[in-house]
Design a binder for this molecule. Structure first.
Ligand SMILES: Cc1cc2nc3c(=O)[nH]c(=O)nc-3n(C[C@H](O)[C@H](O)[C@H](O)COP(=O)(O)O)c2cc1C
Length: 262
């Protein structure tokens, strides 16, 4: 769980307030909480010091600095069973599987204003822990077979921002297309199609690479078969990538009021 840092210590540093000051502060805190964006991030990388984690941390840093509430869940650490395809959610309006974290996680998902999915690209797709999580989203949706195809209707209206932070080894981002297609589909089903934002890091292979300076990249590249001449350019590109994540976190923390799913 990521919490805004230093909140406690700031209080201890403040001068004692008079009655009026305390009232104003309580009022400000009330409005702050009312308009505070609620961000829920799923980290799908099995590498804790992986590039995906760095991108996500920058996003969350921006969001927290701008006043959002944020929580990061490591997908691999969630106790989630696989969707069994029982289809009972079509009647129950909830998942029938008991004895795992889905009930708690699904409540957090419904309450979030912004959902972040951070993942390395594994064989053109999300990592398995995130796919397992996403399959459980079936229980948010009623699905009907029609002659024209499937008709998907969410049980509750969704209006959330969805963010994809993706990392990949390839030098161009074509391998991420299946993930973008999946989220565009989910967006169209859940009503968030206009709100999917993505940031994709390319030519990233080893842990911490996105944070390396030009000299470190020059030393690394020949070892992984890349020309040293790319190091300088990639250093600046990686810096811009991290900055973009930070800025997006900031932007979405202060976006206009969003309607949460009920
Ligand atoms: C099992 C596996 C499959 C991968 N498949 C792809 C792929 O299809 N396309 C690609 O560009 N990179 C692929 N990669 C490389 C990773 O996406 C890349 O190294 C990424 O930056 C890792 O993120 P991380 O540092 O957060 O772990 C794959 C890596 C692994 C381990």
């Amino acid at each position: 769980m990521v919490k805004p840092g230093g909140r406690q210590s700031r209080h201890t540093l403040q001068k004692p307030r008079g009655h009026r000051g305390a009232h104003r502060s309580r009022k400000n805190n009330f409005y702050k909480r009312l308009f505070q964006r609620n961000i829920l991030a799923f980290n799908g990388s099995p590498r804790r010091a992986g590039n995906t984690t760095h991108l996500l941390r920058e996003f969350l840093r921006g969001a927290l600095e701008a006043g959002a509430r944020a929580e990061e869940l490591v997908a691999e650490e969630l106790n989630l069973k696989y969707c069994r395809g029982c289809l009972r959610c079509n009647v129950l309006k909830r998942c029938s599987i008991k004895g795992d974290d889905w009930e708690a996680v699904s409540q957090k998902i419904l309450k979030a204003d912004v959902l972040v999915f951070a993942s390395p690209i594994y064989f053109h797709h999300l990592t398995a822990p995130l796919k397992k999580l996403l399959d459980r989203f079936r229980s948010f949706i009623h699905v009907q077979i029609t002659e024209q195809g499937l008709r998907h209707t969410p049980w509750q209206p969704w209006q959330k921002r969805v963010v994809l932070l993706l990392c990949m080894g390839s030098s161009n981002d074509a391998d991420a297309q299946p993930v973008l297609d999946l989220f565009n589909f989910l967006g169209s089903v859940l009503g968030t199609s206009n709100n999917v934002r993505s940031i994709i890091g390319t030519r990233l292979a080893v842990v911490n690479q996105v944070t390396m300076d030009a000299e470190q990249l020059r030393a690394l590249y020949p070892k992984i078969g890349l020309p040293e001449s790319l190091a300088e350019e990639d250093y600046h590109r990686n810096q811009a990538l991290m900055r973009n994540c930070y800025e997006l976190g900031k932007e979405l923390a202060t976006a206009e009021t969003l309607n949460r799913g009920k």
